[in-house]
Write a protein that binds this ligand. Structure first.
Ligand SMILES: [Zn+2]
Length: 484
């Protein structure tokens, strides 16, 4: 690691509660590495910008700015671009030049100005989202994809396609960086972690993970799931949401036993775990209360991943095996290519006010999805907006979000690994509108470990040794997708 000498003026009244505080309050010059140096600068930026000049450093001007400053600059950038769009070329140039004068401007913001400014100089309109999509189509490099999609988000922060591209590019860069760190290529690893950590336009789950991976890398620690927040959901409870029972076993308890073992293993790999219910906690709410609570908990925690653990059941006592489910359709993410499929019969649909019989939908018919409604959703059929109930239909997405694709990949690996690890039949994966996978905005899967209704299967897989194996296989699947 490159080291930089910095001399710091003593600021003795700082409370010492972190390494950065320790450096700031130190009376003697300290030698820190690039990563620690960036942490200190970020800290000063967010606390008090006037203290920054008290730090003498070499080389100068290589530091990205802190979060607050970057958010401020983003506002300025948008003002400059808006002026540019409105043909206020002189105003736009003034803003662009002011920002360029800042020597600590993050690379992605500087690139944006350097693409727009020459156009303003010759009184031409700035690059549009369409122009950025042309650039994006011409590259497969993760860093360039991130650059272009981030610049697209500077122009249009609500553009779903830019968000998707930035989401997938950030994910690949973090994975690449983990691989680099694992092979000892620390400079490359830090480049990736810093790129993600300093980009204020990315999902918090990525910036938070990058910041934590930086801290770990700085200490020379490699954890494949470092910085990840994983929500573990032991399916069901003790009340109106009771799961499968049979052969002397209850799903509510078995699911928790797996979750506890999984928690220990995932934490050992660097993940931070959030539980939707705790061991010993007895919740009695029915699923209409319990499931929305669990999904909301995951969405609020900025989690990278949500995993719901279950045990299967069937009226046939010979049914057996492991499986995993995901949703290509996620209610809170991208629904632009969603459609509704009506299954298993001919079902009545009604008009939008739910009072007039409007006609019938044939089995297997697909309908254009409009949006969610209580207990169902709205579709467009022959130019009319109609209500369809959840009961006999499914929503799919032909262009699933990046988080849905991750969910599908993780489901595939989880089911296969589990089957091999605990000797169950691999029943594979399924795209389902399960409440928790459909309503969580991050990658999410629901795992069925095995069948409670199959006596020989449940007596085997409920043994602590098999539960440990199951937890180990799920952990391996997560590392295969999120680690290096
Ligand atoms: Zn269940």
């Amino acid at each position: 690691l490159k080291t930089i000498c910095i001399t710091i003026a003593a600021i003795s009244f700082f409370k010492v509660n972190s390494f950065a505080d320790e450096i700031i309050s130190s009376e003697k010059p300290k030698t820190v590495n690039v990563n620690q140096y960036i942490n200190i600068i970020e800290k000063l930026d967010s606390k008090d910008l006037v203290k920054a000049p008290k730090i003498k450093l070499n080389p100068i001007n290589t530091t990205p700015m802190g979060y607050e400053s970057a958010v401020f600059v983003l506002g300025q950038l948008r003002t400059g671009y808006k002026n540019h769009v409105e043909n206020n070329f002189a105003e736009a140039l003034k803003v662009y030049d002011n920002l360029l004068a800042s020597k600590r401007l993050p690379e992605y913001m500087k690139n944006f100005i350097l693409r727009q400014k020459p156009l303003a100089e010759v009184k031409k309109v700035p690059m549009s989202p369409k122009d950025y999509f042309t650039l994006i189509d011409s590259t497969k490099d993760s860093y360039l994809l991130l650059t272009y999609s981030t610049e697209g988000l500077i122009i249009d922060s609500s553009n779903y396609k830019f968000k998707e591209l930035a989401d997938s590019a950030a994910f690949s860069i973090l994975k690449q960086s983990l691989s680099n760190q694992k092979s000892g290529r620390y400079n490359e690893a830090f480049k990736g972690y810093n790129t993600i950590a300093n980009n204020v336009l990315l999902e918090t789950r990525h910036t938070n993970r990058a910041k934590e991976l930086k801290v770990l890398a700085d200490k020379g620690i490699f954890k494949p799931l470092g910085g990840m927040v994983i929500v573990l959901d032991a399916g069901h409870n003790y009340g109106g949401n009771v799961g499968a029972h049979g052969n002397g076993y209850g799903e509510t308890e078995l699911n928790m036993e797996i979750v506890q073992k999984l928690k220990v293993q995932l934490e050992a790999q660097g993940a931070r775990i959030v539980l939707t219910r705790s061991p010993g906690e007895k919740r009695y709410d029915d699923s209409s209360v319990e499931l929305p609570r669990r999904a909301a908990m995951a969405n609020k925690s900025q989690a990278d991943l949500f995993i719901s653990i279950h045990h299967d059941s069937s009226t046939s006592s010979s049914a057996s095996g492991s499986s995993a489910f995901y949703s290509s359709y996620k209610n809170g993410v991208n629904n632009s290519s969603a459609y509704v499929l009506v299954e298993n019969g001919t079902y009545l649909y009604t008009s939008s006010n739910n009072s007039t019989r409007a006609g019938y939908v044939q089995p297997g018919q697909t309908l254009n999805y409009i949006g969610q409604a209580p207990d169902g959703f709205m579709v467009n059929y022959n130019g009319r907006n109609l209500f369809i109930s959840n009961e006999h239909s499914m929503i799919f997405n032909t262009a699933p979000s990046f988080q849905s694709i991750l969910s599908r990949d993780l489901a595939t690996k989880t089911s296969a690994y589990l089957s091999t690890g605990i000797g169950t039949k691999n029943r594979g994966i399924g795209d389902r509108n399960l409440y928790v996978t459909k309503n969580t905005n991050m990658a999410s899967i629901l795992v069925e470990i095995g069948f409670i209704s199959n006596y020989s299967e449940i007596t085997k897989i409920s043994k602590p040794s098999y539960q440990l194996k199951a937890a180990n296989e799920i952990t391996r699947a997560i590392i295969a997708i999120y680690g290096a």
